[in-house]
Design a protein around this ligand. Structure first.
Ligand SMILES: *Cc1c(COP(=O)(O)O)cnc(C)c1O
Length: 389
């Protein structure tokens, strides 16, 4: 019997452990030098102007929305095929959330649908203020198409790149914000690199970076030059707006700094494993998610879609694989069909492609450290499940 194979798992080296121990033995566990060093390292790695570290991608999305001025009466659009956090950030700001259906073959937001929906929204006077574009599985959305529409209709763009650090689009790194206002990364252990929990916002707009930095720490500034009132003494700080404690610790940043050194090799290995799956899956009726030629995916997920199967058959394939120790997962059950969003008025049938996707997609195990023999076992078992099922 094989060991249970999860769909994803962190990869922690001895160097990572030493890096964390170094912080534990240093003067500061938080608000020291490791967080700014990690921010600088990510800035350089993804070729962005600024980076601000926070305690999760969820916090990064929340602060990103606030920095863009999203509030009561505003509208945020995102993909229904994502983790709930991509939509919840709009609700945190009391904005209305709506969705744009996906392209079935890539799982990414469909730019034609987006264009149609924008045209209808303009007539109705209901244009979104913010679009959260989700780079599902590690593959960039059509950012040129999205950027063109954002200029035409005047909305702001956040890239939810929780899956996609280390990925590339048109010869630029994901996070360079060439076609967006902000990019968000997640460092949860199942993602590409980890800090335990953690997230990051990157941008080329200094005022957005300053705003996110202030909001992550209570809305407080310690810079006397930006004080609104005369400082009574050297002990002063000002709370200028209502912020949060969304700070990353230096312990986490110490891990992140070391993990970042392995980013390229992790992404390389994920691409190799994705290629291996593709070569082993040619003779069965399944299709890997389509990745456009201008994209290098970071392959956070190895998603395949089973073709010509009912929802029951899809479910049976899942059960078959799980019973044989393979931790397949569904990314994602459509957000609009979560009970919370149903209560806001969404229902089955609203986003047909996202719903069809959810009864055909399966995330197969992929992570650095997964063995070739395990990939072979997964594909052999998948083949059996499709033939038996
Ligand atoms: C994981 C994830 C998030 C949230 O990340 P956290 O760091 O766990 O808050 C947001 N969006 C997507 C698409 C994700 O996969």
């Amino acid at each position: 019997m094989n060991d249970y194979i999860p769909y994803g798992r962190q990869n922690i080296s001895e160097r990572d452990i030493r890096s964390v121990i170094k912080i534990l033995k240093s003067k500061y566990l938080t608000q020291g030098e490791a967080v700014p060093a990690f921010e600088d390292a990510v800035t350089r790695k993804v070729d962005a102007g600024y980076a601000v570290a926070v305690n999760s991608a969820t916090s990064a999305l929340h602060l990103g929305c606030l920095a863009l001025g999203l509030g009561n009466g505003d509208i945020l659009w995102t993909s229904p095929t994502t983790f709930v956090a991509s939509a919840n950030c709009g609700r945190y700001c009391n904005a209305t959330v709506d969705f744009v259906d996906i392209d079935l073959e890539s799982g990414l937001i469909c730019v034609d649908r987006l264009s149609e929906k924008l045209s209808a929204a303009e007539k109705a006077g209901r244009l979104p203020k913010v679009l959260v574009a989700v780079h599902l599985a590690g593959a960039s959305c059509d950012m040129v198409g999205i950027n063109r529409l954002s200029k035409q209709y005047g909305f702001r763009v956040i890239e939810d790149a929780s899956h996609a650090i280390g990925g590339r689009y048109r010869d630029r790194s994901i996070g360079s914000c060439e076609y967006s206002d902000l990019t968000v990364f997640s460092f949860h252990p199942v993602k590409i690199i980890t800090t335990g929990e953690g997230g990051m916002v990157t941008t080329n707009d200094q005022s957005l970076a300053d705003r996110v930095r202030r909001l992550r720490s209570h809305g407080i500034t310690k810079d006397p030059d930006s004080f609104k009132y005369d400082a009574p003494g050297a002990w002063s700080y000002e709370q200028q707006e209502l912020g949060f404690n969304y700070r990353m610790t230096d312990i986490q940043a110490g891990l992140g700094l070391s993990q970042l050194k392995d980013l390229d090799s992790f992404v390389e290995e994920r691409n190799r494993l994705a290629d291996l799956y593709r070569s082993l899956l040619t003779e069965i009726p399944v299709e890997p998610l389509k990745v456009s030629a201008e994209v290098r995916s970071s392959y956070h997920l190895a998603v395949i879609r089973v073709l010509n199967k009912s929802a029951q058959e899809h479910r049976a394939i899942f059960d078959f694989l799980r019973e044989r120790g393979i931790g397949v997962q569904l990314h994602y059950s459509p957000v609009h069909l979560q009970p919370y969003y149903r209560e806001l008025g969404f229902k089955a049938g609203d986003y047909p492609n996202a719903e069809t996707y959810a009864v055909s997609a399966i995330s197969l195990p992929i992570f650095p450290g997964l063995k070739n023999s395990e990939v072979e076992y997964v594909t052999k078992t998948l083949r059996e499940s499709i033939q038996d099922g």
